[in-house]
Design a protein around this ligand. Structure first.
Ligand SMILES: Nc1ncnc2c1ncn2[C@@H]1O[C@H](COP(=O)(O)OP(=O)(O)OP(=O)(O)O)[C@@H](O)[C@H]1O
Ligand SMILES: [Mg+2]
Length: 242
């Protein structure tokens, strides 16, 4: 049985795919069998972040519309043989959501973790709510970012979702010191769900998104990715930054 995790946000571009790739790679390196799915309407990116670009012809849209078998759309990441990925379709059109839940459940026995990188649409928020064990909401620490994340958390909680937690991404200490953005305690109070992790603004991250690789050496990004992965496995890991 897989641990099924959704990564969501209130705004586009706040780091959902980055966090999905970071956690997925760490879990895979620790020996877990991991599947990442980019649940998006067009404009895929996760394939690039995990070094699997152009390794498969078929994508999620093909699976959900019956144009291929699920196995035909599962690509292996160059980051680890334990890490698989199903790409988002390139066409901007609605995905058949009922079939998506069936697809995830059909893969349940094959992986230790299935992590779904979900777009921000209202329809996606309401999708697969009953089968996810973790719902990680990525938020930036600015006031509009906090407000939108709060909205998503409220929606998830009222839909009965479990494991709703927030990850603050692109956290900038200078902005907090200059009171441009609220500090962590205030931000958490405003969002109102437990904290899962904190990721600072970090140039390392651009290596992942540009080249599909993580920094080899011991870096803050690696430590944070390991901590996030361990927490997903139920371990208690103290915050290492800020
Ligand atoms: N902590 C960080 N420090 C620096 N850059 C970051 C950080 N997190 C994400 N980024 C950058 O932000 C950009 C958007 O990240 P990403 O693609 O993960 O967002 P997303 O939420 O998946 O976007 P979309 O909503 O379009 O799917 C990328 O260029 C990535 O490199
Ligand atoms: Mg994305």
């Amino acid at each position: 049985m897989s641990t099924i995790t959704r990564v969501l946000s209130g705004k586009d571009g706040v780091g959902k795919s980055t966090v999905t790739a970071l956690i997925g790679e760490q879990l895979a390196l620790s020996g877990r069998k991991v599947l990442l799915i980019e649940f998006e309407n067009g404009l895929r990116t996760l394939d690039m972040y995990v070094g699997a670009t152009q390794t498969k012809i078929y994508d999620l849209d093909d699976v959900l519309n019956g144009r291929c078998e699920i196995a035909d759309a599962i690509a292996n990441s160059s980051l680890s043989r334990n890490l698989d990925v199903i790409f988002a379709g390139n066409a901007r059109k609605d995905l058949p959501k009922d079939q998506f839940e069936d697809m995830v459940l059909a893969l349940n026995e094959n992986y230790d973790h299935i992590i779904i990188d979900t777009d921000c649409s209202e329809e996606s928020l309401d999708c697969i709510t009953g089968i996810t064990m973790n719902n990680l909401v990525i938020a930036t620490q600015d006031i509009p970012g906090i407000r939108d994340a709060r909205y998503v958390c409220d929606r998830l909680l009222s839909a009965g979702c479990v494991g709703v937690k927030v990850i603050f991404n692109r956290v900038n200490r200078d902005y907090i010191a200059e009171k441009i953005t609220p500090n962590l305690d205030t931000a958490m109070d405003l969002i109102g769900v437990p904290l899962f992790g904190v990721i600072p603004e970090n140039g390392d991250i651009l290596n992942i998104t540009a080249r599909g690789i993580l920094p080899k050496s011991k870096t803050i990004t690696r430590d944070i990715a390991k901590a996030l992965a361990s927490r997903l496995e139920g371990e208690t890991v103290p915050l290492t930054v800020l």
